[in-house]
Ligand binder design. Structure first.
Ligand SMILES: Cc1cc2nc3c(=O)[nH]c(=O)nc-3n(C[C@H](O)[C@H](O)[C@H](O)COP(=O)(O)O)c2cc1C
Length: 187
């Protein structure tokens, strides 16, 4: 038997990321986001949905830039902190001992040096959906820690130990269940 629930967003699991943003003359900020999605391959684009009342909202809107920093398990606590404290009240980079580093392909938003993968984005569109504004970002640069590359230069993303989020809880991905196309591959 299924229960017929009222509409709600139970799409799970989701990524959880630390978005870094900045404006000239202001301290840079970090906001944790789970309403994040891959939306286009060519050109590469992603979406982030941010409530208007977030301190970061104005920064992203005015600068037209942000960096999506992927979160390794070791930074789970920092990630949670950036999702429960506001840049209005404190400097999250300083409090957490994180490094705001110049993003090579952007002019205003810094990247978080301690995150192993940084997606540098320029805002292409803002859609006012309701509770959240959805920013569609074009990925204009990708920074990857070289410890994630094997001897042939192939990306081994499993080495990053990235966190996933599900219904209020953070998880480390578990065991490998299969590879792309394995259901039809001949032995
Ligand atoms: C796991 C997690 C996911 C979150 N996802 C979002 C989100 O997708 N969009 C959003 O507007 N706020 C989200 N938040 C809440 C913001 O991160 C939080 O309000 C934060 O303190 C805002 O920071 P700021 O005021 O410095 O911008 C999330 C918080 C957590 C802990």
């Amino acid at each position: 038997m299924k229960q017929n629930w009222k509409p709600g967003n139970l799409l799970n699991p989701t990524p959880v990321v630390m978005l870094s943003c900045g404006l000239p003359g202001e301290k840079p900020n970090i906001i944790t986001l789970a309403w994040v999605g891959t939306v286009c391959s060519e050109p590469p684009m992603l979406s982030v949905s941010i409530r208007k009342e977030r301190f970061s909202h104005r920064i992203v809107k005015e600068s037209g830039e942000f960096v999506v920093n992927l979160v390794p398990a070791a930074l789970t606590k920092a990630c949670d902190f950036c999702g429960v404290r506001s840049g209005r009240d404190l400097d999250k980079f300083q409090t957490l001992g994180l490094t705001a580093e110049k993003a090579p392909n952007l002019t205003q938003a810094p990247l978080i040096a301690e995150c192993p993968v940084n997606l540098e984005c320029r805002v292409e569109q803002v859609l006012e959906l309701g509770s959240h504004d959805m920013f569609i970002g074009r990925i204009v640069g990708v920074q990857v820690d070289d410890t994630l590359l094997d001897g042939k230069g192939a990306l081994k993303l499993d080495r990053a130990n990235l966190v996933v989020y599900s219904h209020g809880e953070y998880f480390r991905p578990g065991s490998l269940l299969g590879r792309f196309g394995y259901s039809v591959r001949k032995k």
